[in-house]
Design a binder for this molecule. Structure first.
Ligand SMILES: Cc1ncc(COP(=O)(O)O)c(C=O)c1O
Length: 364
């Protein structure tokens, strides 16, 4: 006898990237920042006392929302702070998608979208990306035809790293009948010279939400901190109705604010990641392992022209204590998603790949 709701019983849960327990493994499989958070985080942690945890936290994370508002030149009412970006996604689904109604996404993208939609018992509407990882020209029409109430688009895209323009996002938001959530988990790593920003869209679109996280850009995946930006009217039900009563603990609010206010430190880590991203992309492509131009902190490396299959290269790297991500789906089976590491980690990765390719060529 099962007590689960039928939709929960029918679904498989989210599959995490592997978490090695040893300290020697080079972990390039879950897109964490290779650099630690700002030293101001250590200072804030040092000042925290057990006694400060006796009371409930500030219920709406107001001091942090004020910091976010100053930075983005918006008001605190444009923000809801969440327990990681993942909670922001769950809140958006709970608030905007009725059970049985449509939830839209491009395929492939972040696999948690589908899992959360299944929990909500929503009808998932996929729109396949083309060979260049571009959205279908009639993407919004496809969503409207299926009465989609919420669409999630990750930009820069995961797992390819490619970036759509803010104008494309704006055009889609205009055409959609439902809400558009732009998942900007990786936006901190976009080359500033491109001048990408979807934030101005919020002034003109009352159906746009932007998701951000501290897990990647601010080196705080272990803290669980993210936020939603949107027009105050769109966010009000999330803030006042669907959110857990105290969804952000005191520690995350204080430590997150310390990290966020040290923009200079964070920006320097982003610059270093971009520098290594270009170096790694060029070096891998010289070995026949090409990847689309990435504006993220990872590369999606195509192994179809290599003397070794993607699963075999994944295993060869793992044998060398280097973890990367392989997705066993039709579209991604011959690719590996590799997080940008420190220069030393990337050197070891390149050496291990070089070795694996030579071994494979010898045994052919
Ligand atoms: C595309 C995308 N969106 C959102 C998230 C959520 O991140 P977090 O819950 O760590 O803030 C992730 C995490 O990997 C992601 O890849």
């Amino acid at each position: 006898m099962s007590y689960e709701r039928p939709n929960i019983s029918a679904m498989a849960g989210y599959v995490w990237g592997e978490q090695p327990t040893d300290t020697r493994t080079i972990k390039l499989n879950t897109n964490e920042n290779p650099y630690p958070p700002s030293p101001k985080v250590d200072a804030a942690l040092g000042e925290l006392t057990g006694a400060s945890l006796r009371r409930y936290p500030q219920p709406t994370a107001l001091p942090l929302r004020e910091s976010l508002a100053r930075h983005h030149q918006l008001t605190p009412d444009h923000f809801v702070v969440t327990n990681g970006g993942d909670e922001a996604l769950r809140l958006a689904l709970t608030t905007f998608v009725e059970p049985g109604a449509g939830f839209g996404m491009a395929e492939p993208s972040y696999s948690l979208y589908e899992v959360l939609a299944q929990i909500q018992d929503a009808r998932v509407v996929h729109s396949p990306l083309d060979g260049q990882w571009h959205l279908a020209d009639n993407f919004a029409e496809q969503m409207n035809d299926e009465s989609v109430q919420l669409t999630c688009l990750v930009n820069p895209h995961a797992p390819s790293g490619t970036l759509a323009t803010a104008q494309q996002m704006s055009d889609i938001a205009t055409a959609l009948n439902g809400v558009l959530l732009i998942d900007e988990a990786y936006v901190d790593f976009v080359d500033p010279q491109i001048g990408y920003s979807a934030v101005p869209l919020l002034a003109h679109h009352d159906n746009v939400l932007i998701l951000r996280t501290f897990s990647k850009g601010y080196g705080l995946a272990g803290l669980r901190l993210g936020y939603l930006m949107g027009s105050p009217s769109l966010l009000a039900p999330v803030m006042w109705k669907t959110r857990d009563s105290y969804n952000m603990d005191h520690l995350s609010q204080v430590v997150g604010q310390a990290a966020f206010e040290d923009q200079a430190y964070a920006r320097e880590t982003w610059r270093r990641v971009r520098e290594e991203r270009e170096r790694l992309r060029t070096a891998l492509s010289a070995c026949g392992l090409t990847s689309p131009e990435s504006q993220s902190n990872f590369l999606l490396v195509d192994c179809s022209e290599a003397p070794i299959t993607a699963p075999a290269l994944y295993q060869a790297l793992k044998d060398n204590h280097i973890l990367v991500r392989h997705f066993d789906t039709d579209r991604l089976r011959q690719s590996l998603r590799i997080t940008i590491g420190t220069p030393e980690e990337n050197d070891q990765l390149l050496a291990a790949i070089d070795q694996a390719l030579s071994n494979a060529a010898l045994t052919r």
